[in-house]
Design a protein around this ligand. Structure first.
Ligand SMILES: Nc1ncnc2c1ncn2[C@@H]1O[C@H](COP(=O)(O)OP(=O)(O)O)[C@@H](O)[C@H]1O
Ligand SMILES: [Mg+2]
Length: 475
């Protein structure tokens, strides 16, 4: 077993944060405390961070704000809380990205399905691509409501064609629309075939609608939102994302997918700008496996060159290989391979213990047993008795070396970690750590967060003009 490392807390953090990191922890081992420690130090050094937190509680938001206050960073905090718009800044994940990126972002709402499901999914994808294309050419911000209406309302679609510049995208959209038309046998007129449209988009329009209404809707549909991830990274902002994983799992997971997909686009733009955040920007992703997607792997392969540290947390190794979530061995290998620092808290399940033990590696232990024997015998010389002549000489040497590999950290060592104990596995060292307990001096009882009145920006506004059932709303 490795010995406890005598490291002061600052040293752990800066070492951890130079490359991508992976945290693995079952509940109760001290993960939340560790995250607070990392965030505290990141705030102290003026750095920015995104913290996607799988637990969604008022206390956790207050803690994050208190931590920021303690380090004079309150004004840098932004909060995304799709469960409570009263304690959330506004954020619109449909603003950044080209047509393809937005198409794949939206298509994440439809799970990969086999058989006929795959056919309908590709139909919906084609339709969404046509919409995303023409919307890009119009270049106005839009929201979930706009998309929903554009998937169900002929007048809204025609409106789009009227305001779009005559580009290839507009033509593609026209072609798509024509495919959705049918000739009415009685009148001989062409009209939108609503059944066809419904078949094409299936669930998608309805799903998008659920992000336009209700509490999540109030957070996610602004044309000039308070939060933009590209600006957040460039300005070292501190973004707290509350995911209601327990109460609203499906919405939380889908929202997290939107968020990380938008983040991927923002990171791409930052790399294109050749801008590097200083200090390294930190992206802490709790419950990573539940919203991870294969398209995130390249971020792990590239983001380190851009001073953005991806730091996912998982509960078990196998959650990264889950084919039901579109992941697999290949994805897990990429995440493991591209995270240079790994930190493990208490683990419970044997496969993860084995995997982490393997990751920590082995040392070669040599057992040497050696025996040396020597004997000499002398004979009297023939000529001169005073001269001794060596008669025989024998020397024996036996050395047996047995080499044995043994684990630096045994699987069971991960199962017996105590509160706040962790095993750090870096590229060239393995250390056992005792993470210091962070004392949060939380004084506030209520959430006190920065708000901004953003300059109004005109958006597409189609959801306001048309309803999703085909009518036109008079304004
Ligand atoms: N570094 C530490 N030193 C001592 N106790 C700790 C430490 N970290 C956590 N604990 C204790 O362990 C318990 C669980 O910690 P927490 O960080 O909430 O775990 P997790 O997020 O993994 O469920 C808490 O009651 C906390 O007081
Ligand atoms: Mg916790």
């Amino acid at each position: 077993m490795v010995e406890f490392a005598d490291l002061d807390d600052l040293k752990i953090a800066s070492r951890l944060m130079t490359r991508h990191c992976l945290g693995i922890a079952a509940t109760g081992g001290g993960k939340s405390n560790f995250l607070n420690l990392i965030l505290k130090q990141q705030m102290m050094r003026g750095g920015g961070a995104i913290h996607i937190d799988g637990k969604n509680s008022k206390e956790a938001i207050i803690e994050f704000l208190s931590l920021a206050k303690q380090h004079n960073r309150w004004q840098d905090v932004r909060i995304i809380n799709i469960d409570d718009p009263n304690f959330s800044n506004t954020y619109n994940p449909l603003i950044r990205g080209d047509g393809d990126e937005l198409t794949s972002r939206v298509m994440q709402l439809l799970p990969d399905a086999g058989g006929s499901g795959a056919f309908f999914r590709s139909q919906a994808g084609r339709g969404m691509r046509a919409i995303a294309g023409i919307l890009k050419s119009i270049d106005k911000p839009y929201n979930f409501g706009d998309l929903n209406v554009l998937m169900s309302n002929e007048a809204a679609m025609r409106h789009l064609l009227r305001i779009a510049p005559p580009t290839k995208e507009a033509k593609d959209f026209q072609i798509f629309m024509d495919q959705m038309m049918a000739t009415d046998p009685r009148t001989g007129e062409k009209a939108l075939n609503t059944q066809k449209l419904q078949h094409t988009f299936g669930d998608l329009a309805g799903r998008l609608h659920s992000y336009y209404v209700g509490k999540a809707g109030r957070v996610l549909n602004s044309y000039s939102p308070e939060i933009d991830l590209y600006d957040a990274v460039r300005n070292n902002l501190l973004i707290y994302v509350a995911l209601p994983m327990l109460s609203k799992n499906e919405i939380a997971v889908d929202f997290a997918k939107f968020f990380v997909s938008d983040l991927r686009t923002a990171i791409g733009q930052i790399q294109n700008d050749d801008y590097k955040p200083a200090p390294t920007y930190l992206v802490l992703m709790d419950e990573f496996s539940s919203y991870a997607m294969p398209s995130l792997a390249p971020v792990f392969e590239q983001a380190r060159s851009s001073n953005i540290c991806m730091f996912p947390f998982i509960q078990t190794y196998s959650s990264l290989t889950d084919k039901g979530r579109g992941l697999g061995d290949d994805f897990a290998a990429k995440i493991f391979g591209n995270t240079w620092n790994k930190i493990s808290f208490l683990l419970q399940e044997p496969e993860s213990c084995e995997m982490m033990s393997k990751t920590a590696g082995e040392t070669l232990k040599e057992n040497v047993s050696e025996s040396i024997s020597e004997n000499l015998s002398f004979q009297a010389g023939d000529d001169d008795a005073s001269v001794l002549r060596t008669g025989s000489r024998g020397r024996g040497h036996s050395k047996s070396i047995s080499q044995q590999y043994s684990a630096i950290v045994r699987p069971e060592d991960f199962r017996t970690l105590n509160d706040g104990e962790a095993i750090y596995i870096g590229r060239s060292e393995v250390l056992k750590l005792q993470v210091p307990l962070v004392h949060l001096n939380v004084e506030d009882k209520e959430i006190d967060m920065p708000r901004f009145r953003m300059p109004a920006r005109s958006g597409l506004g189609i959801a306001e003009m048309y309803d999703s059932l085909g009518g036109e709303i008079k304004k």
